[in-house]
Design a protein around this ligand. Structure first.
Ligand SMILES: [Zn+2]
Length: 310
């Protein structure tokens, strides 16, 4: 069994404007580092285009129409202080959900063991009907609903180690007993949600906030104590990872001091839980990570671990 890597040039065409941290170079450096011979055995494919049906499992039609109407023919359209659309944004956003659903298809069919979707824009701040924090469609949420609707999964767990809380994913699944959302993140920090007291209508939300200055030991303790046992108890049919790498010590947007080895460790622990619960089915989708060097090296450690060679 092997690891699938999904990319697509559409991911490069979304442009937040000059000086914005969420930029096309993020996926360029990821694609470059994954060209190393260590990654020779990756199964590589281009992400399929996403469908309206896939998006509608999470976002209302009125929201998709509003994005279509806002989409500029040239220049950029500002949705909030840090979320902007360029002419390529909508195509990139549809391609990102398409890749996430394709990864779920291949993992659920056992064509591959696990998958990494290296697409942008990211997704975890996008709520049902609100674009936010560089996000338009919630890629991980669309992937989860795809596993439930198209593959008969009964339970899906989404683990989010991006340094920011995935307010969007929490919002979408707050009252959904079939999906557990678990997050480690710095707090207080954007977007402000994610306290341990936020638990969801079915005790299906698990927040394990970290403090500015925390590093590997605190992150690993949060994973061991708060996150991994809850995934195991929930016993998902597939594990989706919102893989943000902005908890890296080099990242300019936050103050958690993880290194590549911490991301590799977390990846391995999540794979172990997936092995025990769901035959190892795991789909990882890229979220944040804004220091190009820290991002590329962290993704390399994450993907090598998924491949079982780290
Ligand atoms: Zn983030």
């Amino acid at each position: 069994m092997n690891t699938l890597l999904l990319t697509h040039p559409a991911g490069l065409t979304h442009d937040n404007g000059p000086g914005h941290p969420e930029r096309a170079d993020r996926v360029r450096v990821i694609e470059r580092i994954l060209e190393h011979e260590k990654f020779m055995t990756l199964i590589r494919a281009q992400a399929e285009n996403g469908t309206r049906e896939q998006a509608l499992r999470v976002h209302p039609e009125s929201y998709i129409q509003a994005l279509e109407q806002t989409s500029p023919l040239d220049g950029i359209a500002r949705l909030d202080s840090d979320t902007t659309m360029s002419p390529g944004t909508l195509a990139a956003a549809f391609r990102a959900i398409g890749g996430a659903c394709q990864a779920v298809d291949e993992v659920m069919r056992r064509d591959v063991q696990n998958a990494f979707v290296a697409m942008r824009p990211p997704g975890h701040h996008a709520e049902r009907a609100t674009p936010m924090g560089f996000c338009f469609f919630n890629n991980a949420a669309v992937a989860a609903r795809h596993a439930l609707a198209a593959h008969g999964a009964c339970r899906v767990a989404i683990m989010d180690f991006d340094v920011h809380h995935g307010n969007g994913t929490q919002d979408i699944f707050w009252s959904d007993p079939n999906v557990m959302y678990l997050s480690t993140h710095e707090m207080p920090l954007y977007p402000g949600t994610g306290s341990a007291a936020e638990r969801g209508e079915y005790n299906n939300i698990v927040n394990a906030p970290l403090c500015a200055g925390d590093a590997g030991p605190q992150f690993r303790e949060a994973m061991e104590v708060a996150i991994l046992p809850r995934i195991e108890q929930f016993h998902p049919d597939i594990l989706i990872v919102s893989a943000g790498f902005d908890a890296h010590r080099r990242d300019p947007l936050a103050n958690i001091n993880l290194v590549e080895a911490d991301f590799a460790w977390a990846t391995g622990k999540l794979m172990d839980v997936a092995d025990r619960c769901c035959d190892g089915r795991l789909v990882s989708v890229l979220e944040g990570g804004y220091d190009l060097d820290g991002l590329a090296r962290s993704v390399a450690a994450h993907v090598l671990t998924l491949m079982g060679v780290a």
